[in-house]
Write a protein that binds this ligand. Sequence first.
Ligand code: ADP
Length: 188
Amino acid sequence: MKYYVLFGPPGAGKGTFAKLLVENHGYYHISTGDMLRKEIAAGSELGLKAKDLIEKGNLVPDEVVCGMIRSEFAANGGVRGFLLDGFPRTVAQAEALDKMLSEMGDELTRVVSIYITDEEVRRRIKGRALVENRADDADDEIISTRIRNYHEKTEPVINYYKAQGKYFEVIADGTIPENYAKVEALVD
Ligand code: ADP
């Protein structure tokens, strides 16, 4: 089984590239952000817990997202491979993922990281705010909190995977098709 992580700061295009990879390669897409937004919309207990954290630009607890990933793996055994989008976002999540995969007798295939600058993060999120209606995209201070959380909590994940030789980075400074071609070249 193939397991890819699509990694990158908020607004890097993880969701956009994941959709294209699903269409063109038949992988199963798991977006923890989309799943959490669905829980919030449904008003579930999990959604109620996550809402405030997400809307302020903070991460939800590791146990919550790890539980979501575990049940997605369990429920989708027959697929060609998984594309993880927005997970792992902390070193603890990356360790938990390795443990889950090794318990299934498997391992992560590779991490495809999409690099954009902080300035570009702000520009893209502002653009997205005009088309999607996400509370965490609408406010400069919340965007700053998300960027800060990315540098403090998520960026250390890069070295975790570099140490395993599984980290591959794409500089996403072109058009969407150009950037997608670079991403696609790293999955099979
Ligand atoms: P983006 O990459 O644009 O920030 P996502 O949809 O991936 O958007 O995530 C939106 C929010 O959901 C995050 O800011 C965070 O609050 C929460 N979230 C998503 N995935 C995780 C995760 N793996 N760990 C903790 N929180 C997460």
